[in-house]
Design a protein around this ligand. Structure first.
Ligand SMILES: [Zn+2]
Length: 280
């Protein structure tokens, strides 16, 4: 039953993108001795059972950043690695208050038949282990490199698999980047992160909220879009399931043809404070 909750797509040799119908994905990468799970989605479906249909290898969990849709399923595993700059955000997003807020705004969405809202709210918080830029996860004949890519949040990371030329970029590289959160950095810091990724060698990008992969040139489009941001050409923007207070003053600046599905469409959602430089 739980097996069918997730949609599993094979991206490349030993790389599986596991998509939660709640519109977020996580990625399983297999080495010779270990498997690495990048993110754990919301924690609604039985992710572990789905993974066990793919591999019996021991699993190392790594969170791309601290938002609930990336760490919510950590409860099924012993511990998870996360960049040290997102430790407090992850603690905040593991709280009963945020879980309750999320599941209440989400109740129309289909959940597995045995799903308990109370259990979801009361779930145990698993230990988080801090990591930094450059950390290497050695899975046995496959090494994944951690790249610190602050932007969407301070502690966002991407993972590079040189073996298949795959970048796992979570919420940093996708056609619509959300930069309006209090935990988001300045647009300038986002551009620096995108430039850092552009210098690496890979040909496809796996991002969290899409089932398909993207070519590397999405990064160029995003850098251009971020550099061209013009408040006068931006529109106000609101997202129904996010706290109104958090998204106050959110604007969208878009380039390329609409709608979102067009291949040259990119957009950045921000607020005016993000146009100032970060204080370091
Ligand atoms: Zn996020």
């Amino acid at each position: 039953m739980s097996k069918e909750y997730f949609i599993v797509n094979k991206i490349d040799n030993g790389i599986f993108h596991i998509f939660d119908p709640a519109q977020v994905g996580c990625t399983l990468i297999l080495g010779k001795e270990k498997a690495l799970l990048f993110d754990t989605c919301y924690g609604i479906g039985d992710l572990k059972t789905t993974i066990r249909t793919i591999t019996d290898l021991p699993i190392t969990v790594v969170n791309s950043h601290g938002h609930i849709d990336h760490i919510g399923g950590n409860w099924q595993f012993d511990e998870a690695y996360i960049h040290s700059d997102d430790l407090s955000l992850a603690q905040q997003h593991s709280s009963q208050q945020i879980r309750k807020q999320f599941i209440t705004s989400f109740k129309e969405q289909s959940v597995p038949p045995n799903f308990s809202v109370d259990k979801f709210i009361e779930r145990e918080i698993m230990p988080l282990l801090p990591i930094k830029d450059g950390h290497i996860f050695d899975l046995g004949q496959r090494q994944l490199q951690v790249i610190h890519t602050p932007g969407h949040s301070q502690g966002c990371i991407s993972l590079l698999d040189k073996k298949t030329g795959t970048l796992l970029s979570a919420d940093i590289v996708m056609p619509m980047v959300w930069m309006f959160f209090p935990e988001s950095t300045s647009i300038k810091t986002l551009v620096n992160s995108l430039r850092k990724l552009k210098d690496l060698s890979f040909d496809k990008i796996v991002s969290s909220h899409f089932q398909n992969t993207f070519p590397k040139n999405l990064i160029d489009k995003l850098i251009l879009c971020a550099n061209n941001i013009d408040v006068n050409k931006s529109k106000s923007y609101s997202i129904p399931f996010i706290d109104q207070e958090i998204q106050k003053g959110a604007l969208i600046y878009a380039e390329g043809r609409e709608p979102v599905v067009s291949s040259d469409y990119v957009a950045i959602i921000f607020n005016e404070s993000k146009l100032q430089e970060d204080r370091t």
